[in-house]
Design a protein around this ligand. Structure first.
Ligand SMILES: [Zn+2]
Length: 212
């Protein structure tokens, strides 16, 4: 995809953040890998007003042009995920309601449902809290993303990455649905959790399905 199409795509999915259940107002941010860096939503601009030229390019050393728009204040977590996960092409970070509620209780999402495997492991971890925009937060997120492509972020929200923007967006939505369902289970009592071997079978199927 060329640069202009990528910029337009980032705007399309930023607007979808607002229109779906993922992030209200200006919260959340979206990026796509491009050349030796990534294109990311700017800081402090309402998504409905975004123009392709407002999307900011940041290289993997964290350098960006001093222009009208600054990259999202959370650009470091995007940079550090692109550096650590060489196959990542797009990242969606948001403060979706149910993922956020779970994160405030430091709760990971256990395998209460086999769909938890969509993030790549038998559970979806919760990264330890650190101030937004810091390298410390990136470090905690990378740790929670070990062998995973999504995690919750304590007292903050969630982040997902994938091979493309539509896939990263869908994964973020899946994490939000799973969080909502798990919270529903917790309200009723203690849900049955799938065993390691039950989840291993699912993970194998998911892996094969992705290779098909
Ligand atoms: Zn955030």
């Amino acid at each position: 995809m060329n640069e202009f199409s990528l910029r337009k795509n980032i705007i399309k999915y930023s607007k979808l953040l607002n229109q779906t259940n993922l992030s209200p107002l200006r919260s959340g941010n979206i990026s796509a890998r491009y050349k030796d860096g990534f294109l990311i939503t700017p800081s402090g601009v309402k998504y409905k007003n975004l123009k392709p030229k407002d999307i900011v390019f940041v290289n993997l050393k964290g350098i960006f042009k001093k222009g009208k728009n600054k990259p999202s204040s959370e650009w470091k977590l995007h940079k550090d995920i692109y550096l650590d996960k060489i196959n990542s092409k797009a990242i969606v970070h948001c403060h979706s309601k149910h993922a956020l509620i779970l994160s405030c209780f430091k709760k990971k999402i256990p395998p209460f449902h086999y769909m938890v495997a969509v993030a790549g492991g038998e559970d979806i971890k919760c990264a330890k809290y650190a101030t937004y925009g810091t390298s410390e937060l990136s470090k905690n997120i990378i740790k929670a993303l070990n062998e995973r492509s999504a995690c919750l972020i304590e007292n903050h929200g969630q982040v997902s990455f994938s091979n493309s923007l539509p896939e990263a967006f869908e994964l973020a939505q899946e994490v939000e649905y799973l969080s909502e369902q798990y919270l529903g289970c917790l309200r009723t009592g203690k849900p049955k959790i799938l065993s390691k071997s039950q989840m291993q079978k699912v993970l194998l199927k998911v892996k094969n399905y992705k290779q098909d």
